[in-house]
Design a protein around this ligand. Structure first.
Ligand SMILES: Nc1ncnc2c1ncn2[C@@H]1O[C@H](COP(=O)(O)OP(=O)(O)OP(=O)(O)O)[C@@H](O)[C@H]1O
Ligand SMILES: [Mg+2]
Length: 345
């Protein structure tokens, strides 16, 4: 029976992120990675799902009146339950081969600060999407496992997951969370900071997709040594006369725009270190801090954090996949990591 289950199981681990949702299938790895976006079409007062994931993200900011593109997760929590459930179902269906006889077991990671109501809602969505069993795992633990940190050792490890909606700072020891705090600063806030900087300083209005593109191409957390750095041509709307305008954005401008969110991330790390019991804090000083999540890829963020906190900073390999890989590992090695999965809260 166990061989049979092993061969046919489509057990899954899901990282339900503010920006991206990833699905890991047992024995196969991450096989789906799409933006957490759903587009609806309103027809005669009824809403129909038009697109989910990549296709829906392309519609964000570009929809006519009859179409609405929604991001169901905001700031790390579910802001729109019905849409989140639609999305989870869609992705599970896309991955789940119906050749199996058993319904899958599914583990989903949830922010450390998720309320019991939010946890129940996520579990319910997964069950109604066809899971036979739904487990939850705390996101910082998943991130640390995914980054290959020795979380079950009796030493302190600090992991900082910088996602789209939030930055979660956690200190782990002996497989559990000693300290965790979530701040509502992440990739989205960085995009907003770029938009408002360009509006204030250059009188140009750009959309969220353009801001994200600037951030991922020339974005940097530190002022370039030559005071300017590389630059990129972008298109937006001139706020003075309302016509389209092209302008050059430099890395210095982006660094200035991102100063506030970067400072907030540094402060969150310092607060965590100050609040951690002294022996564990000493371990972190020795071993350094691991960054995960897409925000960890911001240019020179590791360097800026090192300069400001004095700690050694590493960026995880596959930062964007860490949480999904860690959740997947918890599924693969469930016997050993049983205590980190919660099946019945
Ligand atoms: N090279 C890069 N530089 C800066 N930011 C990046 C880069 N690549 C991706 N990002 C940003 O990372 C964010 C997405 O990261 P991630 O997928 O870890 O978030 P998430 O897990 O969906 O969100 P959360 O964990 O808050 O729910 C987006 O805001 C994206 O713009
Ligand atoms: Mg995440």
């Amino acid at each position: 029976m166990s061989l049979f289950n092993g061969l046919f199981s489509q057990d899954m681990a899901i990282d339900l992120g503010t920006a991206n949702t990833l699905v890991y299938v047992k024995g196969r790895g991450v096989i789906l990675n799409e933006p957490s976006v759903v587009a609806y079409h309103s027809k005669a007062g009824r809403k129909e799902v038009l697109a989910v994931g990549e296709d829906a993200k392309m519609m964000l900011g570009r929809t006519p009146g009859s179409i609405e593109a929604i991001r169901p997760m905001r700031e790390g929590v579910i802001a729109d339950f019905d849409t989140a459930e639609e999305m989870i179902k869609h992705f599970i269906r896309k991955v789940h081969k119906r050749t199996t006889f058993t319904k899958p077991k599914i583990i989903v990671c949830v922010p450390h600060g998720a309320t019991p109501v939010e946890k129940r809602a996520i579990r319910q969505s997964v069950l109604s999407a066809g899971a036979r069993k739904a487990g939850l795992i705390a996101e910082p633990i998943a991130a640390a496992i995914g980054a290959g940190m020795p979380i079950t050792d009796p030493t302190g490890s600090m992991v900082v997951d910088i996602g789209g909606g939030t930055t979660e700072v956690a200190v782990l020891s002996l497989g559990d969370i000693v300290y965790a705090r979530s701040v509502r600063v992440g990739g989205d806030r960085m995009d907003e900071a770029i938009i408002s900087y360009l509006r204030r300083q250059q009188n140009i209005l750009i959309g969220e997709s353009t801001a994200e593109r600037i951030k991922t191409s020339i974005g940097t957390a530190r002022m370039p040594d030559d005071g300017r750095g590389m630059s990129e041509l972008i298109k937006g709307r001139d706020l003075l006369n309302g016509v389209p305008k092209e302008t050059e954005v430099s890395q210095a401008m982006v660094a200035e725009a991102l100063n506030e969110p970067v400072q907030q991330i540094c402060e969150a790390v310092m607060t965590a270190l100050e609040t951690t019991p002294p022996d564990l804090a000493a371990d972190i000083v020795d071993r350094g801090v691991m960054l995960t999540g897409g925000g960890a890829l911001l240019g020179e963020l590791d360097l800026a954090l090192r300069e400001q906190t004095g700690l050694a900073i590493s960026v995880a390999d596959e930062a964007l996949n860490c949480v999904a890989l860690g959740t997947g590992k918890a599924l693969e090695y469930e016997k050993r990591l049983r205590h980190v999965i919660d099946y019945d809260s």
